[in-house]
Design a protein around this ligand. Sequence first.
Ligand SMILES: Cc1cc2nc3c(=O)[nH]c(=O)nc-3n(C[C@H](O)[C@H](O)[C@H](O)COP(=O)(O)O)c2cc1C
Length: 171
Amino acid sequence: MQKKTTVEKATARKYPEPVVLVTTHNPKGGDNVMAVGWTTTVSYKPRMILVAIDDAAYTYELIRKTKEFVVAFPSVKMAKATLYAGSRHGHKIDKIRGAGLAVQKARKVKAPLLRDAVANFECKLVKIFQPGDCPMIVGRVVAAHENKDGKLKRLYYSYGKRFVLGGVRAE
Ligand SMILES: Cc1cc2nc3c(=O)[nH]c(=O)nc-3n(C[C@H](O)[C@H](O)[C@H](O)COP(=O)(O)O)c2cc1C
């Protein structure tokens, strides 16, 4: 039986949700990483992934500039790094280093793969559209990679007053 409630209260009950890490490349030097919860596959053939990225994010600036990015699915072991990547902007800091993330060269884009992620998808920008208050970025998958450890579990997150990922809490 359902009871009428507020959007906020209903939203609080829909977690846990997937979270990904989006990496980008700055042609003038430096790579960046951010956490994105608003993401889904939006086309099977050709494979396309959507990420909704706030226009204040450095990642948004770099995707518009380079027209490419990597979507990495973090493992449960990457909760702290994911919180780090998702709680500060990368305009002036090296978040990949700050988060302690190991990288690997991608095949078809300049943004890096995250070595310890469960899987990585290299994407080329297809379209940006904005039906609401957040830009929606669609990328075509041009290469895919999976962790050699087939038992590695991927990370999900909950939302309350604090983010909770893989048992790690953050203010
Ligand atoms: C679990 C989690 C999920 C997040 N999901 C999103 C999201 O879907 N879209 C978004 O714009 N920001 C999201 N954020 C916030 C960004 O990661 C944050 O604003 C980040 O500092 C942007 O980094 P950048 O400016 O270096 O690109 C999320 C943060 C966390 C911790």
